[in-house]
Structure formats: C-alpha cells, structure tokens
Design a protein around this ligand. Structure first.
Ligand SMILES: Nc1ncnc2c1ncn2[C@@H]1O[C@H](COP(=O)(O)OP(=O)(O)OP(=O)(O)O)[C@@H](O)[C@H]1O
Ligand SMILES: [Mg+2]
Length: 215
C-alpha cells in the first residue's frame, strides 16, 4: 500500500533523530503537512506504556504485546487520521523495530511478531523505511555520554548485534521499502542520501489518494 508514512529505524544511537528533522524540513518547505511521532509512544497512553516498557523487567512476549498495544492506539489516534487527511507521518521506530528488538535481539523469532502485526495493522506498512546502520560499538560511543542509558540501551553488545542483523535481514527481504544508510559516513553525507530517497518518494506520491481508513 502506498502511503505518506516514513519510518526511521536502527539500533540506539544510529542516527534516527538526527535525520527526522531534515526530512520534516524538506517536506514542510514544500508546503506539506508533516507529523513527527515515535514508538513506543506517540499518544498519552503510548508514552505511559513506553515508561513501563523501559523501566520494568519483563518477558520478550510481554515486551512485544506492550509495544503492539501502544502501536494500535498510536495508529488509531494519530497515524491513520493524519494519513487520511493527506499529511505525511514521520515515525521514529515502527513494527520493524519489534522484529529487530524482540524478534531478533530477544530471539523471539519473526513469526511471533508477524502474527500480532497481522492482527494490529493488517496490510499496513510504511511507504519508505530509512534504516540507519552502524556497528554497535560505534553507536554506543555516540550515546555513552547521555545521562543514563535505559534498560534496552544498556543491553550487552551481542544483543545489539542481533538487533542489527535482524534489521539488515528485513532490508534484504524488502529492498524496495527499506533503504539502508551507512551511518558510519559523515552526517551530511547520510543526510544527502536521506533527502534523495524522500524526494524520490515525493515524486512517486504525487498521485496518492488518502486511502487509509479509520479502523
Ligand atoms: N552520520 C553520523 N556521523 C557522526 N555522528 C552522527 C551521525 N549520525 C548521528 N550522529 C550523532 O550520533 C548521536 C546519536 O544520534 P541520534 O540521537 O540521531 O541517534 P538515534 O538513532 O536517534 O538514537 P536513539 O535510538 O538513542 O534515540 C548524536 O550525537 C548525533 O549527532
Ligand atoms: Mg533518537
């Protein structure tokens, strides 16, 4: 399904937040309405779920179910209404993150995640996913100065290696949707590639009808 929904993915510190603003500026300067949002979160309920998710130890299954509960509400309250009125939606993490973190990092497997995704948002996926790829050591060096790392950021290196590998496997399976950007390159060079992909999508989207229904 073609929508104006762009997601930003990658391990912690890979560069998602750095580039979401550039994409927002690119779209707003062309007169489009743009919503920037994030997961888990994006609604009051979702932000509360995010706090639970980040602060309590829990099983991989519970992590998955919590993020999908937040996602369902986020889609219903924010994402689908915005797309239905023709806005662009830029989202910091979406279902690919669940495949990567719970499916890969927690070794739950993709089939478990796929079953729930099929219930929560059947037939709905981003038009474009920008995957910022960086080795975990480099990503860790970029975020280590932050005040306190959360329970996912503080996971061992092999966890982040599994997350990264799962992301790259998703990109290999869906190369037309998922653009892999080498985040070891300087920020400006990465930004130029990001903008190029977005401009291509704007061109392709010229005839998009707002086809997203409220469910
Ligand atoms: N290509 C790059 N080269 C060098 N530094 C970068 C690059 N991209 C991002 N950074 C820097 O790395 C740090 C982490 O980037 P950013 O906050 O965008 O990552 P993130 O993916 O949003 O992380 P998180 O998942 O923790 O929110 C920031 O200080 C940012 O300025
Ligand atoms: Mg960020």
């Amino acid at each position: 399904m073609q929508t104006k929904f762009i997601t930003f993915e990658g391990i912690d510190g890979a560069g998602k937040s750095s580039h979401i603003e550039a994409v927002r500026d690119c779209l707003t300067s062309r007169g489009f309405e743009v919503i920037c949002t994030r997961e888990p979160g994006g609604t009051a309920l979702g932000e509360s779920i995010r706090a639970l998710f980040l602060n309590y130890e829990m099983s991989p299954e519970t992590e998955t179910l919590l993020v999908f509960a937040a996602r369902r509400e986020h889609l219903r309250q924010v994402v689908w209404p915005a797309l239905a009125r023709g806005a662009w939606v830029l989202c910091d993490r979406f279902t690919d993150a669940t495949y990567a973190y719970q499916g890969g990092g927690r070794a739950l497997g993709g089939a478990y995640v796929a079953k729930i995704a099929e219930i929560v948002h059947p037939g709905f996926s981003p038009a474009l996913t920008l995957l910022f790829d960086l080795p975990p050591d480099a990503a860790h060096d970029r975020i280590v100065g932050r005040e306190a790392l959360d329970r996912i950021e503080s996971e061992a290196k092999d966890f982040h290696e599994r997350v990264r590998a799962a992301y790259l496997a998703l990109a290999e399976a869906e190369p037309s949707r998922i653009a892999v950007l080498d985040s070891r390159e300087p920020k400006d060079a990465v930004r130029a590639q990001v903008i190029e992909r977005v401009l291509r999508l704007i061109g392709a989207s010229a005839g998009f009808a707002p086809t997203v229904q409220s469910r």
